[in-house]
Design a protein around this ligand. Structure first.
Ligand code: EPU
Length: 418
């Protein structure tokens, strides 16, 4: 198994490029299945969830591949509705978007329960509620999902019971080609939801996002387009966390401040200096950061995808702090790993209480994508050489994390095991 080795304790100075947002590239890739034309998607990160999604599309008969460093070409004009690679689909959460696009294009979808990161149950009843309101029947048996529309789907007024990125996107995907106006209430408003809507609108859709509501005026067809994915806000925030812990100054080229202003405000109170213009964010830290208390919540509030990395920062922060997890109650796999490094962390229900700790190097196991990133943040701040195992989780969502942290001056290496 591949590993990452991190020699901690030095300041970070340098510049690196922030890639495209994994969580918008994925729905955009699946949305291409709605389009009987060629789409060129730029700024797509080379992460394994993207590579696997392209492979799923190829298995269905689409052309779907990188044609440049970060440019993907997808032509789904002649796909069939049958998914060939069930094991690959069940490895990934984003494959749930197949439900929305297949029910729209073929009137039925048959697939295994989508998988996802390793932090507890990931229900899909809100996705199914969206499809049912549009007139489909949904059933699940032995981990297999069947969705069928006996007649054409019908526009509807849908109120999701829970704010969900996946259910919002899936309901939009299923309704974009349905006659009439579908209104979806209590929707997610993450930048990745907006990115997907911008992509669909560029392809001819008529979708308006109004705060907690989305109105979809169905169109007859979508056309091909060239589209550029937003920069990855969690990648930007992860590297900012590294600089916060180590001290130093980093230029994050391509990072988008407006997507992360809520967290930047918290980082500012912790002592990080953040400046931005249209092309970059510059983050500076003396390395002597203050603590903070945060609660994860849907956008625009504190992102659950930064919870573990933020908890790692708090181990180095004067006065420590707390993280309360309100989205994924199982997202605490990193706690035992940080404790191996000397972290004083107490877990109480869905919160962690963290005190400033003497952090030392250790051999660590990534338990999921963001937990793995948290271990790298902590290892960069701790004295000595840490080893992070289970790198497969990290490459699901961070392209070239080792190269990018090296660009910032971090002493980090990828160890390929044969
Ligand atoms: N939920 C339900 N029922 C549903 C759907 C969701 O109860 O039918 C619950 C979930 O269990 C969770 C909450 O609603 O408690 C929010 O889940 P959401 O549906 O918003 O998450 P998701 O769409 O499964 C995406 C990202 C996650 C990110 C979350 C929240 C992708 C592929 N995944 O997941 O990304 O944490 O939104 O922002 O876009 C990551 O990148 O590390 C990652 C896990």
């Amino acid at each position: 198994m591949d590993k990452i080795s991190v020699e901690g304790g030095s300041r970070l100075y340098g510049r690196t490029v922030i890639g495209g947002m994994k969580n918008s590239a994925l729905p955009v890739i699946y949305a291409c299945l709605l389009i009987k034309d060629e789409c060129i998607i730029e700024n797509v990160p080379r992460v394994s969830d993207v590579e696997n999604s392209l492979q799923i599309l190829r298995g269905m008969g689409a052309y779907a591949d990188f044609v440049g460093e970060h440019t993907v070409r997808i032509d789904a004009s002649s796909v069939g509705g049958e998914i060939k690679d069930f094991p690959l689909v069940s490895k990934m959460r984003a494959s749930s978007y197949l439900m929305g696009v297949l029910i729209s294009r073929f009137g039925e979808a048959y697939l295994p329960m989508p998988g996802g990161c390793n932090f507890g149950a990931r229900p899909i009843e809100q996705h199914l509620k969206g499809f049912s309101c549009l007139g489909a029947t949904c059933s699940e048996e032995n981990g297999l999902i069947t969705i069928k529309a006996k007649e054409k789907l019908k526009s509807a007024k849908i109120t999701l019971d829970k704010i969900s990125v996946g259910a919002t996107i899936n309901t939009v995907l299923a309704s974009v080609l349905v006659d009439g106006e579908t209104v979806i209430e209590n929707v997610a408003r993450e930048p990745h939801v907006i990115d997907l809507i911008n992509f669909l609108n560029a392809c001819g859709a008529k979708i308006v996002h109004l705060g907690s509501k989305i109105a979809v005026e169905g169109v007859k067809k979508l056309h091909g387009i060239k589209y550029r994915i937003y920069p990855d806000m969690i990648e930007s925030l992860t590297y900012m966390a590294c600089v916060g812990v180590c001290g130093g100054e980093a230029e994050l080229i391509g990072a988008e401040f407006s997507h992360i202003s809520y967290v930047c405000d918290i980082f500012g109170k912790m002592g990080l200096e953040i400046k931005s213009d249209r092309e970059r964010i510059i983050v500076k830290s003396r390395g002597n950061i203050n603590g903070a208390d945060v609660i994860t919540a849907p956008y625009p509030l504190f992102p659950t995808d930064l919870h573990p990395q933020f908890a790692a920062m708090l181990c180095f922060a004067n006065g420590g702090g707390t993280v309360t997890e309100e989205i994924f109650p199982g997202r605490f796999g990193y706690v035992a790993e940080l404790q191996k490094m000397g972290a004083h962390i107490v877990r109480e229900k869905n919160s962690v209480i963290i005190s400033k700790s003497e952090m030392h190097a250790a051999e660590l196991d990534a338990t999921d994508l963001r937990a793995g990133a948290a271990l790298i943040v902590a290892s960069l701040g701790a004295d000595g050489r840490s080893i992070v195992n289970n790198v497969g989780y990290i490459v699901r969502g961070y392209e070239n994390i080792v190269g990018k942290i090296s660009d910032l001056g971090g002493k980090i290496k990828f160890i390929k095991e044969i």
